[in-house]
Design a binder for this molecule. Structure first.
Ligand code: CA2
Length: 137
């Protein structure tokens, strides 16, 4: 099985700032553990702070991968373009968030990803990504 995790803006700062919300682990350290845990799954990783680059990656991977795990960061709440890109590909997308966005500011309750996603996993810290991988098994 071939999966890709796509992380959006500022998620490159994980483990470096705001540990009370997002934990103290860098994504690279976490990813190594995830790959060890799911040895039979190929888990690729891509991060970008640029909306168009995320859309390009969805187009590039969205026809022959088994699944896409997408944390679009703040673009979740603003990007019609990323929502449309998910509609335009055939690979199922699972939306993931580290924090419980419904327990935070009202603007984080809106998602342009959710209506087009296979499912949504949020609020379990980094474990949200583990659960997303399991959802494809
Ligand atoms: O909870 C999530 O996973 C979010 O997608 C994270 C986004 C936020 O805008 C969404 O509402 C919910 C923010 C990612 C910022 O990550 C940082 C990590 C460390 C330090 C600063 C920002």
């Amino acid at each position: 099985m071939k999966l890709i995790i796509i992380n959006g803006p500022n998620l490159n700062l994980l483990g470096k700032r705001e540990p009370e919300i997002y934990g103290s682990q860098t994504f690279e350290d976490y990813l190594e553990k995830l790959q060890q845990k799911f040895k039979n799954v190929s888990i690729e990783y891509y991060q970008s702070n640029v909306e168009g680059e995320i859309i390009n990656k969805l187009h590039e991977k969205g026809f022959d991968y088994d699944g896409i795990i997408l944390n679009a960061g703040a673009y979740t709440h603003t990007s019609v373009g990323i929502g449309d890109a998910i509609k335009g590909i055939s690979t199922p997308v699972v939306e993931v968030h580290i924090s419980n966005t419904f327990g935070r500011e009202a603007f984080r309750h809106q998602s342009y990803i959710s209506p087009n996603a296979k499912g949504v996993i949020l609020g379990f810290g980094m474990q949200s990504y583990d659960l997303a991988v399991e959802s494809f098994m």
